[in-house]
Design a protein around this ligand. Structure first.
Ligand SMILES: [Zn+2]
Length: 345
């Protein structure tokens, strides 16, 4: 990466209102059949265009072809029954109706490879592709077959590795695994969660990232955050082991959060995608606010390892809000880039 402080987003971006109900998670599609296939591709083009207009350096598909960052991947696997749904508590926090694992899980065919090839054809910029992490996958399911969270996570890690290798071959530069569950199940993360992630990236030559956040800006998450007290030290539990792992990049929530920024010292040496945009509010950050967050992070992350980013996905936000936030991210990163250039001249 040649640009200093290359910007990116955590993943999802709002969908056009002709494709899916806006500002809604698990929003149902408004099209069907071939019209839906075409509509998803058009939305991907629009999302890419908006990222490029905003000056985002590492672009993505904005997750325009997925209904949800976890369930859409799982829908493509065999061994999972989507008719037979159970209500579970996701991340010990909120109830959701989820599919059931009824037999051995496997990937019969690629899930996102055609979408990734399509994105690759549309741009020369580096592209990042998000996949759900193994632990977050098992937390979004009811298991009626394996009887062990760890066992099921290892199976998903193998499947994710197959998908990741094909994404790499399709020209993806950074493969990111979304693991919000890493902020909740600390013992499991340290016992097998990080090991599963390393299994998922085995043999990859492209860069790899793990995204760990406090969730989308939905009520269940913002209510949970209110219970976490004045200092959010969740990252402290998993950072030491992540620092020792093979993962290249760690993507984190920083702006407006109560995460003590000095915790970044625990992952010194890793590249860090620093969340400088709050996805839980409609108010637009000023470039100066973005720059402030990045300047704070620079005390613990070397400049060549700092990637300005959003706290989480922006799917539930209005399009104009998300777009303004991307502009703020670029402008704030540019301010700090200029400061660094002056220091070095
Ligand atoms: Zn997130």
């Amino acid at each position: 990466m040649k640009t200093l402080l290359p910007t990116s987003t955590a993943g999802s971006l709002p969908k056009p209102s002709w494709l899916a109900q806006p500002e809604t998670l698990w929003s149902p599609w408004k099209l069907e059949g071939e019209a839906l296939t075409d509509g998803k591709q058009d939305a991907l083009r629009v999302s890419l265009h908006e990222q490029q207009q905003a000056g985002v350096d590492i672009v993505s598909d904005g997750e325009q072809t997925r209904q949800h960052f976890v369930t859409t991947f799982i829908e493509h696997l065999s061994g999972v029954d989507f008719e037979n749904r159970k209500t579970v508590k996701i991340r010990n926090r909120y109830d959701a109706s989820v599919p059931t694992v009824v037999g051995p899980v496997s990937r019969q065919k690629p899930v996102f490879i055609e979408d990734a090839k399509f994105l690759r054809q549309q741009t020369d910029k580096p592209i990042k592709w998000a996949l759900p992490g193994p632990m977050t996958m098992i937390d979004t399911l009811y298991d009626n077959h394996y009887g062990s969270r760890e066992k099921l996570a290892w199976e998903f890690a193998k499947i994710l590795n197959q998908e990741a290798k094909e994404l790499e071959a399709a020209g993806v530069d950074i493969i990111q695994f979304d693991e919000p569950a890493f902020n909740v199940f600390f013992d499991d993360v340290n016992d097998w969660g990080i090991a599963c992630l390393e299994r998922a990236i085995e043999g990859l030559k492209c860069e790899t990232a793990v995204h760990i956040c406090y969730g989308y800006g939905i009520k269940a998450n913002t209510d949970w955050k209110k219970t976490l007290g004045s200092e959010w030290r969740q990252y402290e539990e998993v950072f030491p082991k992540l620092q020792q792992s093979n993962i290249d990049i760690i993507s984190l929530e920083c702006h407006n959060s109560r995460v003590p920024i000095e915790l970044l010292e625990l992952i010194r040496g890793k590249k860090v995608m620093v969340g400088a945009i709050d996805v839980a509010t409609d108010s637009i950050e000023t470039p100066e606010e973005v720059a402030d967050t990045l300047r704070e992070a620079l005390k613990y992350v070397d400049a060549d390892k700092l990637y300005p980013c959003t706290n989480c996905g922006m799917a539930p936000l209005a399009r104009d809000v998300a777009s303004a936030k991307l502009n703020a991210l670029s402008a704030g990163a540019e301010m700090v880039r200029n400061e660094l250039a002056q220091e070095n001249s």
